[in-house]
Design a protein around this ligand. Structure first.
Ligand code: PHE
Length: 343
């Protein structure tokens, strides 16, 4: 037994000196300490054949050898690591500062505007709408003319729109996408259009020169104001809860006739009146109306056969109401402490 232990020890010492990689080291570990056929492991199995007197003596010796091997393997691990660092450095890689702490693996979060956009689009997709997107750089024609916004309309003036060149601009709403879509597709049309829009407003707690809109359009035979009210009331209930009431106030938009703004009963006080709704119990949510026959004509849709409704809302405003956010600038500061609260 003594001889066997000595020869195992000798063999180990011989093999460990030539080891230079982690793979070789693992092979050595398995040969001596492997659980099934390791040379040292097998020695423990042989203990059974010894007398009661010899057992503890040899048990101790085998254990000592096992500990020695374990220790030398651990030492070798460090040696190999050190060598690979040395070789990196000698290859001119001393730009690596291995003492620098590693980058933290930060887990991201969905931006609240993305969450709300997804939620709203999903509600409309469930009602049969299709999501369509379009360019942020637009022509005067699609941003204004085709939508029956005449030259003298205030939103045409340069202080109200970011002009890039004489005829191109940053879109001030996503309605041009709907016009582009109507030009290329025949009714029935049922689309929802999310995207960034730009208006040269001075930035404050409720204004930003860039914000997000979601607009929708439905054109088919026999579409009436009743369809508009039905779809948008269902939408409001799905977004803010079944008890949500809606009301439609007459309004003016050049591209719809008649036009209306939709209010929902205040989601904070349920209509009793509070600070958020300014005490009157209602919150304005979106603009809407029946597509103006002039707009249908401009995109070659026969307005004696087809009619439709359209609507548009600001995503920031809805997200602010939904989450109780009181400053629009928080959305654009990229502060993870803010963004992470909504995931
Ligand atoms: N385009 C309008 C805006 O940006 C919103 C709107 C869309 C209103 C469709 C009515 C119908 O303010």
């Amino acid at each position: 037994m003594n001889d066997k232990l000595k020869s195992i020890h000798a063999e180990f010492e011989q093999s460990i000196v030539s080891v230079s990689s982690n793979e070789d080291l693992e092979a050595v570990r398995i040969r001596f300490l492997g659980r099934k056929e390791g040379l040292v492991t097998n020695m423990f199995k042989d203990l059974g054949k010894l007398s009661v007197k010899e057992k503890p003596v040899y048990g101790q010796k085998i254990n000592d050898l096992k500990n020695l091997i374990t220790e030398k393997i651990a030492q070798k691990v460090k040696e190999i690591e050190q060598k690979s660092i040395e070789s990196l450095k000698s290859k001119g890689a001393d730009a690596f500062d291995l003492s620098l702490p590693a980058f933290k693996n930060e887990i991201g979060a969905m931006h609240p505007l993305s969450i709300v956009t997804d939620e709203i689009c999903t509600l409309f997709v469930e009602m049969g709408f299709m999501v369509v997107e379009g360019p942020e750089i637009e022509t005067e024609y699609y941003n204004f003319e085709v939508l029956n916004i005449p030259l003298e309309h205030p939103s045409r003036e340069s202080f109200d729109t970011f002009y890039l060149h004489k005829k191109s601009l940053l879109r001030s709403h996503t309605s041009p996408v709907q016009a582009r879509y109507m030009e290329k597709n025949k009714p029935p049309i049922q689309i929802i259009v999310p995207g960034k829009v730009y208006r040269p407003d001075a930035t404050d707690a409720t204004h930003s020169f860039m914000f997000h809109q979601i607009e929708g359009l439905l054109v088919d035979e026999g579409i009436t104001l009743a369809h508009l009210k039905g779809v948008l009331s269902v939408f409001a209930k799905k977004l803010f809860g079944v008890k949500t009431k809606t009301r439609f106030r007459p309004h003016f938009f050049p591209f719809t006739e008649p036009s209306a703004e939709m209010d929902v009963s205040c989601i904070i006080c349920s209509g009793k009146g509070c600070r958020v709704c300014g005490g009157n119990g209602w919150l304005e949510i979106l603009g809407s109306g029946m597509v103006h026959p002039k707009v249908l004509k401009a995109v070659n849709i026969d307005s004696s056969k087809y009619s439709g409704f359209a609507f548009g809302m600001g995503v920031e405003r809805i997200a602010m109401l939904k989450y109780g956010i009181d400053d629009i600038r928080l959305f654009f500061e990229n502060d993870m402490r803010f963004i992470k609260q909504f995931s």
